[in-house]
Design a protein around this ligand. Sequence first.
Ligand SMILES: CC(C)(COP(=O)(O)OP(=O)(O)OC[C@H]1O[C@@H](n2cnc3c(N)ncnc32)[C@H](O)[C@@H]1OP(=O)(O)O)[C@@H](O)C(=O)NCCC(=O)NCCS
Length: 145
Amino acid sequence: MSPDIKIREALPEDRESIQVLMSTYFLDIEGVAIEDFAVALTGTKIVGAGAIVYGRFPEVHSIAVHPNYRGKGIGLSLVRYLLLRIKGSSDAGSCVYARTTSPGFFEKLGFAEMEPASKARLWEDCAGCDRLNTCRQSVMCLKLG
Ligand SMILES: CC(C)(COP(=O)(O)OP(=O)(O)OC[C@H]1O[C@@H](n2cnc3c(N)ncnc32)[C@H](O)[C@@H]1OP(=O)(O)O)[C@@H](O)C(=O)NCCC(=O)NCCS
């Protein structure tokens, strides 16, 4: 990743920029706490963001990189930063999950694809979703520790 890109924890004042970035890809961050996000910046411009949220287990959520900055290693660096943050936590559980339409990206980080049926077992919103059988999201899992 280019040395002029910095990654840090998100601050409350970053919320609007994160929202704008996510809306580029129709990703919804409603209900995700700002302190669960990390951001990638060049100068003061936010060019990438992502979160790990906690339900019954940690889940990588809403990873996005600005279209002009994709393919430069920012996405991988952001997820690695987020993973380091949970690895130190004793209540993190044994796996981190992701629901994604970009399984190849997560495989680069060591995640493995799970069988589609696991979606309904892991997430109540998936279990109750009437598009469960046609959903294009893959379930990815990385063992922690
Ligand atoms: C997916 C995304 C976050 C990746 O960020 P990025 O900064 O462009 O990714 P990186 O440059 O760190 O990519 C690193 C590697 O992953 C690969 N990769 C990136 N996106 C990929 C995808 N969608 N599918 C498969 N591989 C992908 C790259 O080819 C690269 O591989 P290489 O090192 O062998 O060349 C970014 O493309 C994005 O914002 N996509 C739209 C939103 C989205 O789909 N988010 C994820 C689903 S929640």
